[in-house]
Design a protein around this ligand. Structure first.
Ligand code: 13P
Ligand code: SF4
Length: 310
């Protein structure tokens, strides 16, 4: 089937089955094109909670589909590629987090949504890169915190808040950690008027040269409100499709990774989702996300605690 035929058939099945496709900005452009809702981690979590359709197909990585199921237990949540993981989620096993909690009793656990449902079940309040600062600031200053699993986001929030009572997990996103400072500075010399926009999952020395640091949604909004004509984009390259769609008059230059001749940096897990596997998943209504109910309920509390923080 051609790309157009695949897209047509997906549209047909969505109508027939009253299915809704949620997709993250890091997925392939053609996958973004068949999505009913496109968003960053926070927007998609909220959307998954509020959606009314009986079937949700999550075009993204495993933890995102799990989050949708946690918030919408009565719906069928489909995931085209269950093995599409995330280096952050994989860096933090529930047993190890449980051991850390025992080592630091009395600490509140704040976990990034890039975690398994079992880790969310051990968490007091989840956060995303959009609301991590608000979540941490909603906790009384004297209350010690375990922040998991992203060491870069954790250190960035620690720097912004000046809190010294944060135990930070040693995990990282392999995509955002790979950007090359040297190559960014060289792009900056070639494009002296360009502003550098970076995701807080990047290393601290990258964030120091950024004009703006923010989540996927934060970066998208900043580029719309800001007056520059050119941006060096230090995050996963999937965001470029939405940037160019929203702001066709502006120029977006992807930042390259350290050890590669590639011009941009991509998440291999997000790119595992294709039109072909979306179509077969919709046809078969499988693979489906299924969760243990006790774990789901415990995880739901930590996600709802996050969503309740305005
Ligand atoms: P946000 O969608 O919160 O910006 O997170 C980026 C990311 O790495 C998702 O996996
Ligand atoms: Fe995980 Fe990084 Fe990929 Fe996001 S970009 S899914 S944090 S590996």
């Amino acid at each position: 089937m051609t790309k157009e035929q695949l897209m047509q058939r997906i549209e047909q099945l969505k109508q027939e089955k009253r299915a809704v496709i949620l997709a993250h900005y890091y997925t392939l452009p053609e996958v973004q094109a068949v999505a009913d809702y496109l968003g960053d981690s926070l927007a998609l979590s909220v959307k998954a909670r509020d959606i009314e359709a009986p079937i949700i197909l999550f075009a993204g990585v495993n933890f995102m589909a799990e989050t949708a199921k946690v918030l919408s237990p009565d719906k069928k949540v489909l995931i085209p590629v269950p093995e599409a993981g995330c280096s952050l989620a994989e860096s933090c096993e529930a047993a190890a987090l449980k051991a850390l909690k025992e080592q630091y009793p009395g600490h509140k656990v704040v976990s990034y949504v890039n975690t398994s449902v079992q880790v969310k079940a051990l968490t007091d309040v989840c956060c995303t890169s959009t609301n991590a600062l608000q979540v941490v600031e909603s906790i009384p200053r004297e209350q010690p915190i375990i922040f998991a699993p992203d060491r870069n986001l954790g250190s960035y929030i620690q720097k912004l808040t000046g809190r010294d009572n944060m135990v930070i997990w040693d995990g990282a996103c392999t995509v955002h950690e790979e950007f090359s400072l040297e190559k960014i500075l060289s792009l900056k010399r070639e494009h002296p008027q360009a502003k550098v926009v970076a995701h807080p999952e990047c290393k601290a020395y990258i964030l120091e040269v950024a004009d703006y640091v923010g989540s996927t949604a934060g970066i998208l909004n900043f580029c719309g409100e800001d007056s520059a004509a050119e941006y060096i984009v230090v995050t996963e390259a999937g965001i470029l499709a939405e940037m160019r769609k929203r702001y066709p008059e502006k120029t977006f230059i992807p930042a390259p990774p350290e050890d590669s001749t590639c011009a941009c940096n991509e998440c291999r897990y997000m790119k595992m989702v294709t039109l072909e596997n979306i179509l077969s998943c919709l046809e078969a209504e499988s693979p489906e996300v299924l969760l243990n109910e006790d774990v789901r309920v415990a995880a739901e509390r930590s996600i709802q605690n996050m969503v309740a923080i305005k």
